[in-house]
Structures are given as structure tokens and as C-alpha cells.
Design a protein around this ligand. Structure first.
Ligand code: IPE
Ligand code: IPE
Ligand code: MG
Length: 245
């Protein structure tokens, strides 16, 4: 697989699921599954960048995940904080721009500051944009966009007649990225779990039984190969799609 392959998705989004089950299968605590999952994150970032993916968006913590036992939540926060410290130098060296999406107001000032520092440090990197969704929910995203749009209307920064899908999107997270071409969910469940609801309207969905800690370079290649065989029609007929290509 190489960068010249035109069927490489520009933007891949991933629901990294199955850490808990991976650990339970080994009679370990769920948290050891999360730890093992960090290595899959590393492998995936490296491989995605290598094959020429330009945007990679990873679902790390959903707005619903706060409902988990307090110990698991605090361990996930700790892992995230540690990874932020440890992984950034190599990502920066490799030309990765980092960005965080979600309701960040729920995090401590220290963690928010660190995320901002990382975004500022890497903002001019061009190889790939890596977005981490933390305390993210697709419904929250659409709501916050609607609220900000209402605010702009009130302030008369725009008129009702200016509102359309394109202008609305400017208020959503990921507004500077193309919509995901491919959404991968590991762990075997076939649902979106409140991830990117608006942005995945026409995304190709790929579900795999592989548990996240077992996901590696070849798993990513497999998903991308399957993507390459899909026909994206966007409402058109197969004939029209063939004529255009
Ligand atoms: C995904 O793995 C990680 C997060 C949601 C943070 P899970 O922890 O959901 O693993 P399973 O689904 O219980 O196996
Ligand atoms: C989705 O996984 C969220 C993340 C991977 C961060 P969950 O394990 O929370 O999803 P549900 O609750 O099974 O739908
Ligand atoms: Mg899960």
C-alpha cells in the first residue's frame, strides 16, 4: 500500500472499542486493556501517516463514558495525561498536527492548558492532522454549533438567509477537515455511540471483531483495502459514478 494509491481515504475516524473485553479475556482488570490500547494508538497513527492518510480522528472518551466506575474514569484520564506528555515529541518530529475536540470545559485547567500547548506547538505541521475526541458527543457537537449560530444571529453577525448546511458546518467540530471517508469500529459492536453524527452522514462504515488492543498495522491496511472496493455513490446511480471516474 502506498501514498500514490488514490483509494486511500483522506480522513479516517476510529471508535477504539473492546479494551475492557480484551482484558477480561485475560483475567485482567479492564484498565490493563486501556493501557494495552495505547500501543494500538501508536501503531495506527504511524501506519495511517505512512500510507498517506491526511486526517485521523480517534474517539478516546465519550460524553457518556463519565458513567463508568470512578476508578476507571480517573485511570483513563491519567493515561491520557501521560500519553500527552510522552507521545507529543515524536508526533511533532513526524509532522503530526494535534487537535482536541469535545466539551473540554469538564477537564482541569492544567489538562486544558496542556492540550492548548500541544495544539499550538504542532499547528504548522503538515504531514497529518490527528484529532483526539475527548468528552465528545455527536449530539453535543450539533447543539453547541446551534447555540453559537443562534448567538451570531442575535449579534447580527449573520442573517437567517445566510444559514445553510455549509455555513452551519463552520460551527461544528472538525470544520477544517473533509468529512471522514471511512469510520472504523473495533470490538464487534455495530453502532455509532454518539460519535460524529453530522460528519459521518456519507462515511463508509467498517466494523471489525478485532478488539482495540489487537488492532495493528495490518488491521488498518485491511480496513483501507475494503474501503478501496466500496463504491461511493452519494445518491447517484452506479452508471453516473462510473462516467465521472
Ligand atoms: C474502549 O474500550 C475504550 C473507551 C471507551 C474509553 P471499552 O472500555 O469500551 O471496552 P469494552 O467495550 O468494554 O470491551
Ligand atoms: C464508544 O465506546 C466510545 C469510545 C470508544 C471512546 P463505548 O464502549 O463507550 O460504547 P457503547 O457504550 O458500548 O456504545
Ligand atoms: Mg466499549
Amino acid at each position: 500500500m502506498s501514498e500514490e494509491n488514490s483509494k486511500i481515504p483522506k480522513h479516517i475516524a476510529i471508535i477504539m472499542d473492546g479494551n475492557g473485553r480484551w482484558a477480561t479475556l485475560r483475567n485482567k482488570y479492564r484498565t490493563s486493556g486501556h493501557k494495552a490500547g495505547v500501543e494500538s494508538v501508536r501503531k495506527t497513527i504511524r501506519q495511517a501517516s505512512k500510507i498517506g492518510v491526511k486526517w485521523l480522528t480517534l474517539f478516546a472518551f465519550s460524553s457518556e463514558n463519565w458513567q463508568r466506575p470512578e476508578k476507571e474514569v480517573s485511570m483513563l484520564m491519567e493515561l491520557f495525561t501521560r500519553a500527552l506528555k510522552k507521545e507529543v515529541p515524536e508526533l511533532h518530529e513526524n509532522g503530526v498536527r494535534l487537535s482536541f475536540i469535545g466539551d473540554l470545559s469538564r477537564f482541569s485547567d492544567g489538562l486544558r492548558k496542556r492540550m492548548k500547548t500541544v495544539e499550538d506547538l504542532t499547528k504548522n505541521n503538515k504531514k497529518m492532522v490527528l484529532t483526539i475526541a475527548v468528552n465528545y458527543g455527536g449530539r453535543w457537537d450539533i447543539m453547541q454549533a446551534a447555540l453559537r449560530l443562534a448567538h451570531a444571529l442575535n449579534k447580527e453577525q449573520l442573517k437567517e438567509s445566510d444559514i445553510n448546511e455549509h455555513s452551519f458546518e463552520q460551527y461544528l467540530c472538525l470544520n477544517d477537515a473533509p468529512h471522514p471517508d471511512l469510520l472504523i469500529r473495533t470490538g464487534g459492536d455495530q453502532r455509532i455511540s454518539n460519535f460524529l453524527l453530522w460528519q459521518t452522514a456519507y462515511t463508509e462504515l467498517y466494523f471489525t471483531q478485532t478488539l482495540w488492543p489487537d488492532f495493528d498495522e495490518s488491521s488498518l491496511n485491511k480496513a483501507v483495502e475494503e474501503y478501496a472496493n466500496r463504491e461511493r455513490r452519494f445518491g447517484k446511480t452506479p452508471m453516473q459514478v462510473k462516467e465521472e471516474s
